[in-house]
Structures are given as C-alpha cells and as structure tokens.
Design a protein around this ligand. Sequence first.
Ligand code: HEM
Length: 404
Amino acid sequence: MTSTAPAPVINLLAPASFAHGQPHDQFAWLREHDPVHWHPEPGDGPGFWAVTRYADVKAVGRDAGTFSSVPSIMIPDGAALDAGDHTMMLTMDPPRHTTYRRLVAPEFIPRAARAMRPRIEELARRIVDEVERRDGACDLVTDVAGLMPSYVIADMLGIPHEDGVALYELTEAIHAAPESQEPGAALGAILEMFNYAREVWEQRRAEPADDLATTIAFAAVDGEELDLIDFNLFFLLLVDAGGDTTRNLVAGGMDALFSHPDQRAWVTADLDARLAPAIEELLRWISPVVYMRRTATRDTTLAGTAIAAGDKVVMYYGSANRDPEAFGPTADQLVLGRAPNEHVAFGGGGPHFCLGAHIARIEIFALLRELLTRLPELRPSGPTEWLPSTFISGPKHLPVRTSG
Ligand code: HEM
C-alpha cells in the first residue's frame, strides 16, 4: 500500500537531519517513492545516488567490480586522504584490497576474537566498577561505552589504554561535521594520529613485540615491505573503524532500552539466551555507520535507474535496516527477539564486510551484560545529545544515574 503522507524535505547531507538519530521519515519516503534518488551536493560536488532499499544496498555492496571503493567511501571526494599512491584498505578494490586485508585478518577471525573474550570481560567489569563507585552518575557515552573499544584496540596494537582513549577522541574530530568545529580540526586530528603512529612504527621496527602494530610494521605485499605511510593508514583505520561504531552501539543500545522498558525487561529476564539476538536487533535499529559510498566503474542500472560510469552511489545502511521488504511489518519497531535478522549494520556482505564484527559483538555483549545485571536501576538523568555527523550515528552524550 502506498502511503499518502506528504513528502518530507530530503537532505541527507544536513547535520540537522541527524540531530535526533537517523532521518527515518526521509528514508521511508525514499524507499517507497524514489529508492535510487539523485541527491544534490552543496558546493561543486556533482551529486550522488542515495540507495535506500535493502536489496539494492546489498547488490551495490557485493558488486565491487561495478561499484568501486576508489577514490573514497565518503561522499565528498575531498574527504579521501591524499597520500600519493598509498591508500587505506577501506578505499581499495580487489585484488589489492584482498592482499591487504589478508595481512591483518588472522587477528580478527572468530577464533582470535573468542580468545580475547576473557580479557574483554575483565575490561567490562572494570569499566562498570568505576560507574558503581560513582553511584551510577556518569555519561554513558564517554565514561562507559567509549572506553571499551579504545581499550580493546589499544590492547591489540600494544599501546597504553590512556593513549587508546586519546586517539579515539581524535576520531571524533575526524568525523564531526565541519560546521560543528574549528576549521582544520579534522586535518589536525589526522596529523596528530599520524605523529603518534610514527612513534609506534619506529619503536616496533627497533623492538618487535607480539602485537598487531608489529604485524603491520613488518608486513609485506608482493615481497615488498609496507612503509610508514601504509602503517599510518592501517593504524588510523583500525583506531577509527572500531571506536565510535562500537561506542555508539552500546550507548545507543542503552538509549533504546531506556525508551523501550518492555524490551529491556524482556532481555534482562534471560540474558544468557536473549542478549545475543537482542544485540543483532540493536545493530539493526541503530546502524552506527550511516552510509558507505561507492563509485560506478561503468554504465549500469540499479532498480531500473540508469547510473553512469563515475557516478557516486551511496548505500544508506540505516534505511536498508528498516526496509519492510526485508524485515516485514515490524521493520520500524524494536523487537529484541527478532529472528531471522539479516541486518546490514556491518555491511551487506561484500569484500569490505566489517573486519571487526566478531570482536565488536564480544565487546558489546560483555559491556551490556555488566550494565544490565549490575546496574538494574540505571536510567537517563538528562536528554540524549546526538552526534552532529551525517556519517556515523549515535549519542554524543547520554547522562545517566542509578538513584535519586
Ligand atoms: C558496532 C560496531 C561496528 C559497526 C557497526 C561496524 C560497521 C562497519 C561497516 C559498515 C563497514 C564497511 C562494510 C562494507 O563496506 O561492506 C566496516 C568496515 C570495517 N570495520 Fe567495522 N564496525 C564495527 C566495529 C568494528 C571494530 C570493533 C573493528 C576493529 C576492531 C572494526 C574494523 C573494521 C575494519 C578494519 C573495516 C574495513 C574492512 C575492509 O575494508 O575490508 N569494526 N565496519
């Protein structure tokens, strides 16, 4: 049935559209009326195709031959880091991408992730101990959810936890909308990250250790060792990719549980059996990565719309994850026991499918379990403030308390 609701103003590049989470009214209208929508870009950008249906998002993500990750996965071309012929594996295509991904993949496979579980559970206990000490009064984003991914990637790279936290703060400046901060703040944050990475590179080259930083510092492709720029780009990707995404899922997940007390009661009643499926539903519901862009390598069609070689094609994961064609009539409801739940929060299954998905799930499980069992009275103590980003979605601040 076609809805007769008036068309909302479509602007997927305005931070205001994301001021209270993702613009689901715009997504719903686009899915129904214009699923491959030509969206203008401000300034001299050529515009892009906004892809909002589940099936189309999957089709684009899985066809790297037609929809390339070069030169950038962000909408503005200027967002691509200009590092000569060096690039992040996130903005490579197969077969080069495959070679680079293989260098680090062993550290992320399910077996490696499972081996990290006891350590991650210990970190979750420590983070929640600190919250208990403050009688639950804290910012769930910075004091709880943000710490876990920073600690875990710091452990993996072999750097101190406090450095992991500081580096993670830089990723926020990298992703914030330019108008929300000082000019040049994003570039400054990237340079600071690279300066730090260079020190790590020099230390590991001089004194190899048993960590991911050493693996990358000595990695070789086609018999040629990676250089410092390759190392910096890998380092930035790893700190960046797992930080605010995981944080936003935990903080956004708790926010969703606060506003759906029946669902919170349901999952808390049997965490052993229900928390894992609940996390999949929270991933679908929140979709911390708003979009990934591709660029058409040849003239093609998508859902009947002609796309020209060179056009930008943008997959809106949050929209795909609310598509009734894929999730039925309850697509816009939070149903923690949903099964099956083939969401695309980690990507639609193409070659760039989230490398950290197994680790992320373990981090999220450990932290939510601690929060839900040890702080059953936890509740908001002020309004949730959302990130001013059109790329990464989640709360920026979520004040909570357990008493009073
Ligand atoms: C809730 C948490 C997370 C979400 C929602 C998420 C989501 C995503 C998405 C959507 C992509 C792109 C998929 C595609 O283009 O097909 C991606 C790629 C990636 N993610 Fe995650 N991610 C999360 C956590 C993590 C963590 C914890 C790590 C590392 C420890 C990580 C590392 C990566 C890397 C390295 C890539 C690039 C893979 C490639 O280019 O081959 N992610 N992630």
